[in-house]
Design a protein around this ligand. Sequence first.
Ligand code: IVH
Length: 676
Amino acid sequence: MNLFTAVDLETVKERMQQLEVELDRLNFEYYMNDRSLVSDFEFDAMMRELQDLERTYPDLASPLSPTKRVGGEVNKSFRQVHHRLPMLSLGNTYSLAEIEDFEMRTRKLLAGSQFSYTCELKYDGVAIGLTYKHGQLVQAVTRGNGSEGDDITANAKTIPTIPLRLRGDFPDDFEVRGEVVYPFEAFNAMNRQREAEGEDPFANPRNAASGSLKLQDSAECAKRGLMFCMYFMLAPDGIPLPETHYGRLQWAAQMGFKVQPYIKECADIADIESYINHWDQARWNLPFAVDGIVIKVNQTPLWDSLGLTAKSPRWAIAYKFKAEQVSTPLESISYQVGRTGVITPVANLTPVWLGGTTVRRATLVNADNIASLGICQGDSLLVEKGGEIIPKIVGVDLEKRQPHPQPVEFITRCPECGTPLVKAEGEAGYYCPNADGCRPQIIGRIEHFVSRKAMNIESLGPERIELLYQVGLVRTVADLYDLRKEQLVGLGSDSTIQNRGADNLISALEVSKAVPFERVLFALGIRYVGEVGAKKLARHFGTIDALMSANIEQLTEVEDVGLVTAQSVHDWFNTEVHQRIVVRLRAAGLQMASHQQLADTRFAGMTFVVSGVFDHFSREEIKADIEKHGGKVASSVSSRTTYLLAGANMGPEKLRKAESLGVKLLSETEYIALTR
Ligand code: IVH
């Protein structure tokens, strides 16, 4: 071997290790201590340097590199793994009296020993176990059936609060267990995005956390914003651990785990009950869902003497919070028609106070749900708010049932267009099949087409769409591109559209013709094809012609495209009306192939607001750069802003406004990456 190569490799290896250590430290400070020690730009530059080195020298890449945080590994299937020690569940109760029994029983069994309890929050998420050897994460496994679970290591590595390498002192071989939770803020943002993309929202943060851990693409999991909270440490025989549960958690915190600060040592039942009473209310202020309190005997050597029942330890118990529930009369049922024609029944309730808000309406989901709840006319319904924010109808208040109850009959015709409803095989709800003649479906499709993440035609808000529909100018998205100025000027009862408005709309439509193919595909509103799916389909097939002629099997070859999506895409393109729309959109000049994406139009249809100072550009230069790529620059943040480009010392007002409107922030590095 050439001497120079060997020396070189050594230098590269050193630099890679240096970067790993530094990035780990910065991640830790950011996620655990809420401290940014360097700018996003510097962080991204280091991350990119490490990624480049790993690509060039794959043999030197560490499996625990901080680059794994952004994902990239694909889980084809999740290997089943046997837990070294079974993952037990806890006995649980909703009754304080049973907690008192537990405490008394424990005191009797431990008579003569000095001991205390710990009380901590019971996270409402997904239990996982993490194995560490020599301070490095080697495996992450779901609870599964308690003795075997799924190996989700690649996805777990993307969760910032799961340390990949431990700090300070640690046992050589041990396991931590804890819960992966979905903080409300990230959960709500993700659900809003799913809805915008025509996908069903997740019912609650727990389901969403569980679904996220099972994503095939770990890069997707990285984007979900999950959090890991540890609550248990165990080690094989011969490896000593502290002799209190409390001490173990404090040690874990020093190793870099996120441990709840709410854990408390309690001496007796009075302490335990005051902890429970406090959190029964205070839990509503937490940023994640909690469904109870876990009480454990603190002294771990006593655990063995207390032993186990069939599947749970005798040294711990969970007190579960009752979901808050109220009963309120059902006043009427409204039926909403979505852009895909699905009919959603909504209960209009007599307003009632529940878990901190007034509830007036709640979804009844679909026809099957109404039938299985057995809702009759004149009923009062039981409304519940558990760990979730959205109130849920869980049943009928039978005590208030009227004599001679008549079951609610689901409507048989579309409330908007009168078309008889149909129920697709295997689906729980009805839909209106009159896709091309039913007002809310047509309008919903156009709204989706022009929306920010699709064609981003911002001069076309809901009122204008309604107006263009009313006067008969627009029935399909293709009609938009036939609009002429003279048809628009003076439209509306009070001439809503004026000369300038008409010009703006025509030019916005013109600009949208440069929107990349993947977004055009998303804009078409094909069921189950969200923003990400559209991107994958566009990249895989390259052109709309290739996509249109693909059969189901070819469609399922695309990453993350299952049978249901494939069928939906196939059906959409094999419908004559849709084929005509595609022909007209193509003739209008929309992008129908990936390669047509031109470097200088990649920001077409996007509006940027620029704030703060930048490392690589002056303010004027960055604005010119945005415009060079076809984007617009606006001075203030509004719902029409695509990105707030955030430099150092940006205005706090702009930031607040962007956050409240859900406008995405873009760092300078992210911006540069977009222009590459
Ligand atoms: S202790 C051997 N502590 O609740 C006991 N569990 O059935 C180990 N959970 O699925 C569990 N928060 O995932 C413990 N602070 C906490 C917890 C907690 C949530 C979950 C756990 C398990 C279930 C108990």
